[in-house]
Design a protein. Structure first.
Length: 265
């Protein structure tokens, strides 16, 4: 019983290792917000205090019964937020990619309205939007890396072309994906959006948290294209520099994680 109380009383932010390479882009202002939430015990208040998102964060209890989450955000500007890692990383993504998150929310809300409400099945567009929002990653890389990833040629991608990863930028977008990596395990796999990401440029000095890819990405999220699920799987702990064990080439011999491409019928 005492152990159970201890686990429940431990604040979610205590589990975050901000030195992890995949959290580097989220460290500002994430660490400050997490510390404030731990002290005050109120994640929405800590998020609103920094005033960096185009939406307000509200307690989950303020979401009216029977109202869809995405519809409520679209109609009111309030993002229902629970205490915990999942909604914490979702909020950070609202700060880092505000224009992109606005587009995703608008498309979700319109799809829900067109369907007459939330249905048992989301349909191709809402499936793709949810996958993007929860599990996507963005990759800017030299063309040989991109081609090896598309081919799922894992040994070429991670071993033969390993030096090229110093020229690549990999950024997590999905908040469920980021939550998983708080307690990392080998099979965690991202869905990389198949777009040639632009060269990074300095972000607006007035909003230093916003990523320079945000407006560019938001402008390219066409519903018909997204419904095709234009993603490529990438086992994240295979990325050089992200996991100590992957320095050994044998790390990539695990076919349960680094799966070969499907054979054509």
């Amino acid at each position: 019983m005492e152990a159970g109380r201890l686990i429940r009383s431990r604040h979610f932010s205590a589990a975050i290792d901000w030195s992890a390479p995949w959290l580097a882009p989220w460290r500002v202002p994430g660490q400050v917000i997490a510390d404030a939430a731990r002290v005050g015990g109120d994640l929405p208040a800590a998020l609103n205090a920094v005033r960096l998102a185009p939406r307000r964060f509200i307690p989950q209890a303020e979401l009216p019964e029977g109202v869809a989450y995405e519809s409520h955000i679209f109609a009111t500007g309030g993002v229902p937020t629970r205490e915990g890692l999942h909604d914490f990383f979702n909020a950070l993504c609202w700060m880092r990619f505000p224009a992109t998150k606005l587009v995703l929310n608008r498309l979700q809300a319109r799809a829900i309205e067109a369907a007459g409400g939330v249905q048992g099945r989301r349909g191709p567009l809402r499936d793709a939007l949810t996958l993007f929002d929860e599990n996507a990653a963005l990759l800017q890389a030299p063309e040989p890396l991109s081609q090896a990833l598309l081919a799922r040629d894992w040994r070429r991608l991670f071993v033969e072309l390993r030096p090229l990863w110093s020229q690549a930028t990999l950024l997590l977008f999905g908040h469920a994906l980021t939550e998983k990596l708080v307690a990392p395990y080998k099979s965690i796999t991202a869905h990389v959006l198949r777009l040639p990401m632009p060269d990074e440029s300095p972000s607006d000095p007035c909003t230093p948290v916003v990523h320079p890819w945000d407006d560019w990405l938001a402008a390219r999220l066409a519903p018909d294209w997204l419904a095709t699920k234009p993603f490529t799987p990438l086992p994240l702990l295979g990325v050089p520099g992200w996991w100590l064990a992957n320095a050994a080439p044998a790390f990539y011999d695990d076919a349960q994680v680094f799966r070969p491409p499907r054979s054509l019928p």
